[in-house]
Design a protein around this ligand. Structure first.
Ligand code: ADP
Length: 250
């Protein structure tokens, strides 16, 4: 579904992504692992149009999508989750979901949300959709809470929920498990697997928790020093000597 060819992203003389070549298979949940500083987040940011590459190519199917801005990628169904910005913390969980289609498509957010004469039926449609998403994620009880007040794990579920407000085809998730308790992590894992099976989402997930990766991911890609070090099943990658060495070296 996504093919990355010899991708580079340098910061000054530093090669954060240094010739990465990899494929993200359609319909799979791919895990992206690797020690801190391996270049995983930078790779995500380049694929998702947040950072221009220094060189190299990204393809979606046969189409080159290198360097396309996030709102253009959004229309192709390519989404990267993003943390809830400070300024949206005072909005409710439901409102955070309702604003996604406008926010992601590059519309002026405030116009889209508050323009006069906005059609009531559109607002109703978004509200119904948001409520359906919250139910899918089993967090309907949080609908009217301020987003700033929910826990880290619940915020991760909300991030996932935002991808459901639009027709995502491939979702890039960054560190879903960071600081999340085990119960909530299982809920997040279940939601990812159900989105994959029931709605056909393709996922690429950066995560450090190998149990989590093992539970939800098919293929696993390990990066180190800006390059792909190993690929395979979770067990293959986990037991790969180069991978073990890369982790020990940090
Ligand atoms: P990972 O997600 O695997 O931990 P990152 O992609 O976040 O790795 O970072 C890879 C390296 O690139 C790190 O050493 C980081 O310090 C560096 N880096 C990331 N973003 C920038 C930036 N904007 N400017 C300079 N260096 C950066």
């Amino acid at each position: 579904m996504i093919r990355v060819e010899n991708l580079h992203r340098h910061f000054g003389g530093f090669r954060a992504v240094d010739g990465a070549t990899l494929e993200i298979r359609k319909g799979a949940i791919t895990g992206l692992i690797g020690p801190n500083g391996a270049g995983k987040t930078t790779l995500f940011n380049v694929i998702a149009g947040r950072l221009p590459p220094t060189s190299g190519h990204v393809y979606m199917g046969d189409e080159e999508i290198t360097g396309l801005p996030p709102h253009v990628l959004f229309h192709k169904g390519v989404l990267r989750t993003f943390q809830i910005a400070h300024e949206f913390g005072s909005m409710t969980v439901r409102e955070n979901l309702m604003m996604v289609p406008a926010a992601q498509s590059g519309e002026n957010l405030w116009d889209a949300l508050f323009r006069r004469g906005k059609v009531a039926s559109e607002e109703e449609r978004l509200r119904a959709k948001a409520d359906e998403v919250l139910e899918f994620l089993t967090i309907s009880h949080l609908a009217d809470q301020k987003a700033a007040m929910i826990s880290g794990g619940q915020k991760k579920l909300l991030e996932l929920g935002r991808t459901m407000m639009v027709d995502a085809k491939i979702v890039f998730l960054d560190e879903v498990g960071a600081g999340v308790n085990r119960t909530l992590l299982n809920t997040i894992g279940d939601a990812i697997v159900r989105l994959n099976r029931e709605r056909g989402y393709t996922f690429c997930v950066i995560e450090h928790d190998m149990d989590f990766i093992g539970r939800i991911c098919g293929p696993v890609i390990c990066m180190a020093e800006g390059k792909v070090l190993a690929e395979g099943t979770v067990d293959e990658v986990k037991n790969d000597e180069r991978v073990i060495e890369a982790y020990l070296g940090t």
